[in-house]
Design a binder for this molecule. Structure first.
Ligand code: FAD
Length: 262
């Protein structure tokens, strides 16, 4: 059965068809087209405002993949998306006149805490303060100290490579990320610490890793010349630190952290 969507006259028919097919394909999260839901994510902490056509709230990684797989079909090439966490970004980055993918409603759990090795595995929509509440009993804290920590999510922090006061001592988000699971625009899935060999040929995930590695290795001299030596470094693709010539290793996690800026 197709979902009952609030069919506002300003929602593009293709978006409505997309949402109906998404549900029919097994999307388990929430799909909202009512004006109140759209308005709630039409602003962030910037001066901008953009009314999206719909908001979807995935419950699982597979839900996020379903969005990408469907969006990759030619007939939906005009449907645009923006992920959203806490909406604390200051430049309107999470705003879109397309479809907002809100990762904060459902995908906000701590999945695993390894006290001995000092790492934690979380879902992308967890708020930073909630993460620290979870690890505090073990004597740990996630150190990037941004002032929006009671709202900002880990996904938003990774995407902007957030830091804050204390970053000279504790570093920024990318300094504390061991591995990322990323869903690409075609729905392909990547575990950034795994070998590229496990990825299927032709997927956006495989292409992204191979091209990034090729750029970092072949253009290393130019990259080193252009990127200034900064303590805080830049937000954006961290081309300079992704490839280590000493041991010929390439870390795609460094490319994903801060990737929103470009
Ligand atoms: C008063 C104020 C103070 C701030 N102080 C700091 C500070 O000290 N240091 C600092 O670094 N930043 C600061 N910020 C900026 C902002 O809080 C950070 O960038 C924060 O990390 C954004 O997290 P969020 O969950 O709110 O992301 P959002 O605002 O929801 O999104 C930000 C970007 O991340 C993308 N995104 C969100 N979630 C995901 C996801 N799960 N997967 C992929 N992409 C995603 C969005 O599409 C968007 O491009 C401040 C902002 C304000 C308003």
């Amino acid at each position: 059965m197709l979902p009952r969507l609030h069919s506002q006259s300003d929602i593009h028919p293709t978006v409505l068809v997309f949402l109906q097919q998404l549900e029919a394909n097994g999307f388990t999260g929430d799909i909202e087209t009512q004006y109140s839901s759209r308005l709630a994510v039409a602003t962030d902490n910037s001066v901008y405002q953009k009314l999206p056509q719909a908001v979807v709230h995935p419950k699982t990684t597979h839900d996020v993949q379903l969005i990408g797989q469907l969006a990759n079909q030619d007939k939906f090439s005009n449907v645009t998306f923006s992920p959203r966490g806490g909406g604390t970004g200051t430049n309107g980055q999470s705003l879109t006149s397309g479809v907002v993918i809100d990762l904060s409603r459902h995908m906000n759990k701590v999945l695993e805490i390894n006290e001995d090795e000092g790492w934690v595995r979380v879902q992308t929509g967890i708020v930073k303060d909630a993460l620290n509440d979870a690890v505090r009993p073990f004597g740990y804290f996630f150190s990037p100290d941004l002032s929006t920590s009671n709202r900002a999510t880990l996904g938003g922090m990774v995407n902007t490579d957030a830091s804050g006061q204390g970053s000279l001592k504790y570093g920024k988000t990318s300094d504390h990320v061991l591995s990322l699971q990323a869903v690409f625009a075609d729905g392909s899935l990547l575990e950034s610490s795994e070998s590229v060999d496990v990825l299927s040929e032709g997927t956006f995930a495989k292409q992204a890793v191979e091209i990034a590695r090729q750029v970092c290795t072949s253009q290393q001299a130019l990259i080193n010349e252009k990127f200034p030596p900064l303590n805080r470094f830049l937000t954006g693709y961290d081309l300079k630190n992704a490839y280590q010539a000493d041991d010929d290793t390439f870390d795609f996690t460094r490319i994903l952290c801060g990737a929103e800026a470009l």
